[in-house]
Ligand binder design. Structure first.
Ligand SMILES: Nc1ncnc2c1ncn2[C@@H]1O[C@H](COP(=O)(O)OP(=O)(O)OP(=O)(O)O)[C@@H](O)[C@H]1O
Ligand SMILES: O=C(O)C[C@@H](O)[C@H](O)C(=O)CO
Length: 336
């Protein structure tokens, strides 16, 4: 069963819009941030991680975003280019804005948190007029990510991208990627998330992220099926609700649900799971695999990333993911 069809003959498989940031991941793990002395620098930002994941999986990938005119911005641009990502629509800020930083605290494999520095960040200064219609018209799939909706002018840039995608028949995926830092209220968040989700073909989020979108709605049981069913009245074909280690459920417009268990993993830290899951899942959908295969592939990709120190750098290739699944099935990989 094919739930989503992509336009053929497009130069790019996948284009992401949103933030390009820096992750500073604690080197001394299993302790609080107060006791962490050194960090390793990686490219970060959820949509950046997903784009890097798609490029590693062999997808022709492009990015729409804004970077700071500083050493961090140039580091990000260089990394994207070395990963084979098309960066013509990565604009450099000229106003003195800075690069967003995410310091990650790894207290234990299951107790991780992120300390974000996001004042005056370049990524939220992307303007609607800086979004290339031609790039979106030349892409099979556009990914938007919730944090870019948090402030103007980035908010308008995302809605402009959504309109171009609709105009040109580009499939739209929405990773909810809710980070409270840049939002001013739950109501504001829910309004913009809901407006954006109306355009989207594929919506991915955790139960907590969907709860945040439902502040004006009745879903007292936090039912996944109630959550998903709303979006089939708009443009959604697939709604995925993720439950961490418990796995994920995909709901489809034909009223079916598909469950995926998680794989065992030697977990170092939990962040990055969602981004690698999204890249793996979307790659599978573009390959025309069954939903079960796509979810299994995304779940295994997530395990590879959470068993590694970084998010972006650890994004796996297709053969790495397939080997991980095989090793789990043969009992060679067990949980930590
Ligand atoms: N501890 C774990 N062990 C094995 N697999 C996991 C674990 N945590 C997450 N996963 C896998 O990753 C997928 C996505 O994880 P999760 O629901 O935590 O997303 P997320 O909250 O968006 O991730 P992130 O922490 O990156 O924001 C899950 O559906 C599962 O397949
Ligand atoms: O999304 C961010 O800005 C930070 C990420 O790069 C981070 O590593 C993470 O949380 C991944 O989900």
């Amino acid at each position: 069963m094919t739930y989503v069809s992509f336009k053929a003959d497009r130069a790019h498989d996948f284009t992401a819009i949103g933030r390009l940031c820096i992750d500073l991941n604690a080197n001394e793990i299993n302790r609080p941030m107060e006791q962490t002395m050194t960090f390793t620098k990686y490219v970060g930002g959820s949509p950046a991680n997903i784009a890097i994941g798609m490029a590693r999986l062999g997808r022709h990938t492009a990015f729409i975003g804004k970077i700071a005119n500083d050493q961090m911005g140039r580091f990000i641009l260089d990394y994207l280019q070395r990963t084979g990502i098309e960066t013509e629509n990565v604009v450099t800020d000229r106003s003195g804005a800075v690069t967003g930083l995410a310091f990650t605290e790894i207290k234990s494999p299951s107790d991780c948190s992120i300390l974000m520095y996001r004042d005056n960040v370049a990524d939220l200064l992307l303007e609607a007029g800086e979004v290339s219609e031609d790039l979106i018209a030349q892409s099979k799939l556009l990914l938007i990510s919730g944090t870019a909706l948090a402030q103007s002018p980035s908010r308008e840039a995302v809605f402009q991208a959504l309109q171009y995608a609709k105009k040109h028949g580009t499939v739209i995926a929405f990773d909810l990627d809710y980070r409270p830092y840049t939002w001013t209220s739950k109501q504001e968040t829910a309004v913009y998330y809901n407006l954006a989700a109306e355009y989207c073909d594929i919506i991915l989020g955790t139960r907590e992220e969907f709860d945040m979108m439902e502040v004006f709605e009745q879903n007292p049981e936090h039912s996944d099926s109630v959550t998903a069913s709303k979006w089939f009245d708009y443009n959604a074909k697939i709604v995925i609700i993720k439950h961490g280690k418990e796995g994920s459920i995909a709901y489809t417009a034909d009223n079916k649900s598909h469950r995926a268990k998680s794989f065992p993993a030697k977990v170092i830290k939990t962040f990055g799971a969602g981004d690698s899951y999204a890249a793996g899942f979307l790659h599978g959908i573009m390959q025309g695999w069954t939903l079960e295969q796509c979810m299994e592939f995304g779940s295994a990709a997530a395990c590879i990333v959470i068993s590694s120190h970084s998010c972006s750098d650890a994004m796996p290739t297709e053969s790495q993911v397939l080997r991980y699944i095989e090793d789990c099935n043969n009992g060679k990989i067990t949980a930590s």
